[in-house]
Design a protein around this ligand. Sequence first.
Ligand code: NDP
Ligand code: MG
Length: 401
Amino acid sequence: MIEKSQSHLPITFSMNPSKLKKVAILGSTGSIGTQALDVIEANPAAFGIELLTCHSNAQLIIAQGKKFLPNVVVVTDESIYKEVFNALDPLDIKVYAGMSAVNSAVQMDSIDIVLTALVGYAGLMPTINAIEAKKPIALANKETLVVAGEIIIELAKKNGVNIYPVDSEHSAIFQCLAGESQNPVEKIILTASGGPFRGKKTDFLRNVTKAQALKHPNWTMGAKITIDSATLMNKGLEVIEAKWLFGLKMDQIEVIVHPQSIIHSMVQFEDGSMKAQMGLPDMKLPIQYALGYPIRIESNFPRFNFMDHPQLSFEQPDRDSFRNLQLAYDAGISGGNHPCILNAANEVAVAAFLQDRIGFLQISEIIEKCLEKVTYLRAPKLEDLVNTDKETRHKANELIK
Ligand code: NDP
Ligand code: MG
C-alpha cells in the first residue's frame, strides 16, 4: 500500500496566489512548451517568463523571446547561437548556448518553477540541477523518472522540492488524490488511447509507415512521444513514471485502453471507491494545473459534454502485438538500470524508425536485445546510469547498422 511518506505528492498548499510565478520552460519550442506559453499568455497576472530553452529551432525561440521577454534564453544547438544572440541581445535578453548553460540557468534565484518540457534523456541533468537549487518542478519529461526515478525522488525529498505531474494521466491521478492524503491507494488505472494501430496485429504492424504511426487519433504531440504512443511504449514509460511519482508497486498500476481519451486515469482506494478525472483531451489543462497548483485557474478551455460522447469504452491492451508495454512492465519490476536501458534503446530505435532505417516491429526487438546484452545493475548510482545510457545507445546503434 502507498504510505504517505513514500508518495512524493505535495501535501501543503504553498502557493501565494497574489504572487506572480516566474516560470522557466525547458523545451519552449516543443508541443508542451508552446502550449505552456499559451497558458502563460492567457494568465499574465499569474505567470511571467524567466527562462526559455530550445535545441535548434532558432526562428521560433527568437519569436518567443521577442514576445515574452524572458531574462535568459538558452539554445543547446550551438550552431544557432549567433543568430539567436543577434536577434535577442538588443532586447536585453541574455542568450547562452549549450547544455551546461541550461544546467546553470535553471538554478537562477529569480525562477519560481521549472517546467521540464524537453524530450528524452536530455531532461535528466537539468531536472537534477533544478531540484538541487530547490525549484519546484512541473514535470512533462517522463524519461527523467524512467531513467533515474529513485535518485530523482530521493533528491527531491532531500531538498523539500515538489514535483507536479504534467503528463495527463499522472495529472489525473494527482487530481484524484487531492484531499486524500490520509487514504492509502489500492491501485491506479492509467488509461491509454491505444494509438493509431489499436486492434491491429503483428502482420499489419510489420509494414506500417512513419506517416501512419505519426497520425495519433486524439493528441497532437512531438514526434518521439507520438511514436511511443503508437508502440504503447508511452504507456510503459508512464507506468514507471507513476511508480515513482506516487510511491506505488508495479502490481498496483494497471493499464486499460480507453479509445476516447475522456477519462484521463483513475484511483481506487481501500474501501473500493474509484475516482476518475475526466475532460476533453487538451494538454493545456494539466499544464495549467501543474503551474498553478493548488489554484484551479479559470479558463475558457472547451468543456466536455456527455451527450457528445454517449459511449465511453474500455478494453485490455494487446501486450502480444505491442510488446513494448510488457517490456516496460518487466523493466519496472526488475528495476536497477533496466528502465534506463529500456529508455535509451527506445530513444535510439524510435529515432531510427523516424529516419526510415528500421521497421515498426524492430523497435521492440532492439529494446529486448539491449535489455539482454547490457549488464544489469541492481542499485545504480547516477554515474552508472550515465554509463548505462551511453553503452545502450552504442549497442542499439550497432544493432541498427
Ligand atoms: P517536442 O519534440 O514537441 O519538443 C521537444 C522540445 O525539447 C523542443 O523545445 C526541442 O527543441 C527540445 N529538445 C529536443 N532535443 C533536445 C536536446 N537534445 N537538448 C535540449 N533540448 C532538446 O516534444 P513534446 O513537447 O511532445 O514532449 C516533451 C516532453 O513532454 C517529452 O518527454 C514527452 O514525453 C512529454 N509529454 C508530452 C506530451 C505532449 O502532449 N506533447 C504529453 C505528455 C508528456 P527544438 O524545437 O529546438 O528541437
Ligand atoms: Mg500521457
